[in-house]
Design a protein around this ligand. Sequence first.
Ligand code: ADP
Ligand code: UDP
Length: 237
Amino acid sequence: MIKKELLYEGKAKKVFTCEDPNLLIVSYKDDATAFNGQKKGRIDQKGIINNQMSNYLMQRLEKAGIPTHYVEELSERETLVKKVSIVPLEVIIRNISAGSFAKRYGVEEGIVFDEPTFEISYKNDALNDPLMNETHAIALKLATKEELETIKKYAFAVNEQLRAFWQECGIILVDFKLEFGRDVNHQIILADEISPDTCRLWDSQTKEKLDKDRFRQDLGGVEEAYQQIMNRLKQHI
Ligand code: ADP
Ligand code: UDP
């Protein structure tokens, strides 16, 4: 499949059309941003790692019964995906307190929850992705009640699958963000990416951060952390 025109350039990926109108080619960049684009940088090899990691995890989820946009890996940075109409929500599942949750509620990082939490934010950079509840999303017609039920069911199922997998790799899945979309048949499927850009991943033993927080918080060793996550994944596939 050959790229036709650039449809969209985001902060971490470029999205191209191709000969098949129902498919897109996603190309992963090394560009890194944080705090809604205020902090900008580059993480060497990130595009390659995120592409391959996301594809591996999506195939794993697909086998577990969660439909995804993944079709075929075309090259180290490029993947063929099903074109979806994105539901403009950032769906976040948390197993442990961190990031904006810790800040919002004035609690420390590292509180292990008895049950995972589910939250949605309106995917809107101009508004800084405001947190919303399900009735708000329905009122604004961002998704139907049925779609939200499906999204929630899939998001918790993704958590169970990924948590178990990362545990085998000696990694704690702290939290993550998902995006869903509607395919040609109007069915909800998992889209976008699953990578250290979109998940918090801590070493099980040392609790060392091995994800984009190293970039956000200027902790150093950013490339090494992404590489380490990829190596641990490869040892378990
Ligand atoms: P952002 O838009 O937040 O800067 P990216 O750089 O990752 O993010 O850009 C990728 C864009 O492609 C995102 O807006 C995402 O919602 C969208 N996207 C991801 N998967 C699909 C898909 N299968 N079909 C259509 N759009 C997608
Ligand atoms: N996340 C993301 N994109 C966003 C916001 C959050 O991928 O635009 C991920 C983030 O990497 C973390 C989880 O979602 O794994 C929860 O993020 P949080 O709400 O704590 O926000 P942050 O601290 O990243 O601002």
